[in-house]
Design a protein around this ligand. Structure first.
Ligand SMILES: Nc1ncnc2c1ncn2[C@@H]1O[C@H](COP(=O)(O)OP(=O)(O)OP(=O)(O)O)[C@@H](O)[C@H]1O
Ligand SMILES: [Mg+2]
Length: 357
């Protein structure tokens, strides 16, 4: 789709591309790698081209925040404080034209933005050409990444029309592909011979089959936690038993990346929720109980936590927390029998992540 853009970038009008695929199918890593490769090919040809990747779950609380982020990444010299969203886009195009620069924009997790923000960005961004009708605007591509097409229903007709319904489908990874990825990644992370082929094969099997359905992030997590367990038990190698134990206990739909990506105050609220659930040994607790636990935690960690209800709402939108009602709040998709072990692992993860920061 972009193989010809470096031949004559000044003639390229913005090309919108959608990438759609399930959890852990390599959408984000492929896009980032693609951007790097395009940048370096451009550099060889002495073309100034930049790829700006935006994860809307992290940077997309609204249109202005997003455009400010784009502008700051693409043109760090421009001061953005007093500019409106429209002005920022205009400045961006002007800057690109003045500097003979080109931009490729990738927006990841668009469905999160669409569910969360009331503003519309696709219309602006896909029609950014119209800001400089006399010549192409310098933004050569807009890559939009999502897990499915559900968010189409939240788009306006005009947005749907510029975006189009064509997309690149990222199918789930097959058993063999997962095995391949695990081999490559374990060679980077483990001592030689600490992970046998049997272990890799087993992890690939459980990750390719339902309910994991080819989520390679889960496969990598499973390898990581099995390695941790082996370490903790003083074992020189990761055994099938380590993997079985970890797989049996921690299969769930929240990955360590999801937790890592949360802002600190949300991590603390999640920790408070997990603690309350554990203490009450129930699948749901009330907002009031979470708030009380948050107060304790905030004292313990010496961090002030504001907006607990926003944090819960936001984690609800991200699919981590399940909010049935104000007195029924739980953690998503956890079978009751596994709840306690699961919550322990969440508490550990949140704690270690908070400590690292
Ligand atoms: N082909 C691959 N080779 C090596 N590692 C990979 C490959 N594909 C994915 N991974 C690793 O798997 C993890 C998940 O991949 P990625 O983040 O790209 O998935 P995704 O499709 O964006 O998932 P999500 O929908 O949850 O955002 C990452 O840690 C990534 O580095
Ligand atoms: Mg992703």
């Amino acid at each position: 789709m972009f193989s010809d853009v470096l031949e004559n970038p000044a003639d390229v009008y913005l090309r919108p591309v959608q990438i759609i695929g399930g959890i852990g199918t390599g959408k984000t890593s492929t896009t980032i790698r693609f951007g790097e490769s395009l940048e370096s090919k451009a550099m060889e040809k002495k073309i100034k081209l930049k790829h700006v990747y935006v994860n809307l779950k992290l940077q997309g609380s609204g249109r202005t925040v997003l455009y400010r982020y784009l502008l700051e990444k693409a043109s760090p010299e421009i001061r953005t404080t007093s500019l409106s969203g429209d002005e920022m886009l205009y400045q961006l195009v002007k800057y690109l034209n003045n500097k003979n620069m080109y931009l490729m924009i990738s927006l990841d997790e668009i469905e999160y933005f669409m569910k969360h923000a009331t503003e519309h960005i696709i219309y602006d961004l896909t029609r950014i050409n119209e800001l400089s009708p006399e010549k192409p605007c310098g933004v050569i591509g807009l890559i939009i990444i999502s897990r499915g097409t559900d968010y189409y229903s939240l788009l306006e007709k005009s947005e749907m029309s510029t975006l189009g319904r064509n997309y690149i489908n990222f199918p789930q990874y097959s058993n063999l592909q997962i095995r391949d990825i695990l081999l490559a990644r374990s060679a980077e992370a483990f001592k030689r011979s600490a992970v046998s082929n049997d272990v890799i094969e087993f992890i690939a099997n459980v990750s390719a089959d339902p309910p994991v359905n080819g989520d390679v992030r889960y496969a990598l997590d499973l390898l990581l936690y099995s390695g941790n367990l082996a370490d903790n038990r003083g074992s020189e190698t990761v055994t099938l038993d380590h993997v079985r134990l970890v797989h049996g206990k921690v299969y769930h739909e929240i990955t360590s990346q999801d937790i890592l990506d949360l802002p600190n105050d949300e991590k603390i609220v999640l920790l408070a929720l997990a603690r309350t659930l554990k203490h009450k040994k129930s699948a749901y607790v009330s907002f009031e109980e979470i708030r009380n636990n948050c107060a304790l935690l905030s004292e313990e960690l010496k961090i002030k936590i504001e907006n607990i209800d926003y944090a819960i709402q936001d984690m609800g939108n991200k699919g981590i927390v399940n909010v049935k009602s104000i007195v029924q709040i739980g953690i998503s998709n956890v079978p009751t029998e596994d709840l306690i072990t699961y919550i322990d692992s969440i508490i550990d993860r949140v704690r270690s992540d908070l400590n690292e920061r």
